[in-house]
Write a protein that binds this ligand. Structure first.
Ligand code: GTP
Ligand code: MG
Ligand code: NA
Length: 458
């Protein structure tokens, strides 16, 4: 079959699961990258996106039996979305899963179902999203002998008695736990009815066992179950993931383009810290295939990009952009004002959903998603917040935080996650007695403030 006549868009596949069960590492194995090792604290704190072309799928599924051929598939590749498993990021798991057509639920075979596994299952059930379970870290099964060049069924069958028993015991245990969640489940090669049973695929992100089977299974399921849903639609569905400065391009935004197309020169409207931003796409970029968009790299430039893809957009005025909401394209000049209102409403709704107290700390983060996660984390720690903002710490923020000095100086602090602190702002803070805590992981930020409170009491 000629690839050019493929009619479906790339399915969006979301990777979900409990913290440290191996979501990012599985994608690293697929991409041949080392994203996970570069993460602060070894945890994912943002949504990621990777374009996986058909050629890569063909390359990595050669060991699958019966033979899997990419020519059976009518879509041009996969767009895979990575999500954080840390409990505070339920907002990003929800956002990621709301964008996807199908999901991979990653379960550490040695740990089984844990709280965020169950939370993920709830999300998938609610949206009726089909999914497969990757029983990951199978290399940790007692005396496991891996072989990434073989079909995983053969690898399982070739295990010595001890390993096989340990493997079977763990699979059985996890199957029972899934049953308790109202799911029928079976190893994919023993699945009696793929329409009603969730398939389990043993994988190892370290040795590569089962990776080919996992990819092949997702592709076959997308083709069988989702073909109508994957018909390309011109109706734009596009979400901003990140705002980043890139050498040579200035401030850029990373977006997930789920449906529709973007063109160089398009007038786009998106949320900004000072109100909706209207600007024109100067460069339309994509990371190289199999590169994680959240990691800086080199980019290819395009005149036009059709969904589904992870895309980087360079344009003027993006330095005040806010990540986490939809991006709109104005087809005509006169649409701009309407779209500005729509974007403004999206933003006000998101901010209104966040309830602030009269007294509490001032919180800032780089993205709306990170801000929501941070506040979720502070709630569990009993830390009240009175002010919030997406964006770098500037003098105005310090002034707002300083207002707490009149009430309770333990709240005259700014907890800043992954944002710059302006020098002016720092100087003002030092003069006024406002303390700025700035960290790159949300839990360190919370912990440092809790320590500060302890000292404060003394
Ligand atoms: P969060 O994004 O923070 O939720 O974690 P994650 O699910 O993306 O897990 P991550 O990829 O960060 O992996 C967590 C740890 O498990 C890392 O130290 C990995 O090297 C290790 N790991 C992941 N997959 C495997 C595997 O298949 N086998 C073994 N032995 N270790 C693995
Ligand atoms: Mg991760
Ligand atoms: Na991790």
């Amino acid at each position: 079959k000629n690839r050019d006549i493929r009619v479906l868009r790339a399915p969006v596949i979301c990777v979900l699961g409990h913290v440290d069960h191996g979501k990012t590492k599985i994608l690293d194995k697929l991409r041949r990258t080392n994203v996970q090792e570069g993460e602060v604290g070894g945890i994912t704190q943002q949504i990621g996106a990777t374009n996986v072309p058909a050629e890569a799928i063909a390359n990595q599924t050669k060991m699958v039996k019966p033979a899997f051929s990419i020519d059976q598939i009518d879509f041009p590749g996969l767009l895979i979305i990575d999500t954080p498993g840390h409990e505070s990021f339920s907002n990003l798991r929800s956002r990621g899963s709301s964008l996807c057509d199908m999901a991979i639920l990653v379960v550490d075979i040695t740990q089984g179902l844990e709280p965020q596994t169950i939370e993920s299952i709830e999300l998938l059930k609610k949206r009726k999203t089909p999914f497969v379970v990757a029983l990951n870290k199978v290399d940790r099964v007692f005396e496991w002998e891996g072989n990434q060049h073989k079909d995983i069924k053969e690898v399982v069958q070739a295990q010595a008695e001890f390993a096989k028993n340990d493997f079977e015991r763990r699979v059985k245990e996890i199957t029972i736990r899934l049953n308790e969640q109202g799911l029928n489940a079976a190893l994919f090669y023993e699945n009696p009815d793929p329409r009603t049973y969730v398939s389990l695929v043993p994988t190892s992100a370290i040795t590569g066992d089962g990776m080919g089977n996992l990819i092949a299974l997702i592709c076959t399921m997308c083709q069988a179950k989702l073909a109508p849903q994957l018909r390309y639609s011109e109706e734009l569905q596009c979400v901003v993931l990140e705002v980043k400065t890139i050498q040579g391009y200035g401030t850029t935004i990373d977006v997930i383009l789920v449906n529709g197309r973007l063109r160089e020169g398009d007038n786009i409207v998106l949320a900004g810290t000072e109100g909706p931003i209207v600007t024109q796409i100067r460069s339309l970029l994509m990371p190289k295939p199999l590169k994680e968009i959240r990691v800086k790299g080199s980019y290819d430039e395009f005149k036009e990009i059709k969904a589904a893809q992870g895309v980087k957009i360079a344009a003027k005025e993006l330095d005040k952009a806010i990540a986490g909401l939809s991006l709109r394209v104005a087809q005509h000049e006169d649409e701009i004002s309407v779209l500005k209102e729509v974007v403004h409403k999206d933003f006000t709704l998101a901010m209104k959903a966040i309830k602030v107290k009269d007294r509490g700390v001032y919180v800032q983060a780089s993205t709306l998603g990170a801000l929501e996660a941070l506040l979720e984390f502070f709630k569990t720690k009993g830390i009240p917040y009175s002010g919030i903002r997406v964006g770098p710490v500037v003098k105005r923020d310090v002034m707002k935080a300083a207002a707490m000095l009149e009430h309770d100086d333990k709240y005259a602090v700014i907890l800043a996650f992954d944002v710059k602190v302006d020098r002016d702002a720092q100087e003002l803070a030092d003069r006024e007695g406002v303390i700025i805590f700035s960290e790159e992981t949300i839990y360190h930020l919370g912990d440092r403030y809790v320590e500060f409170l302890e000292e404060h009491k003394r």
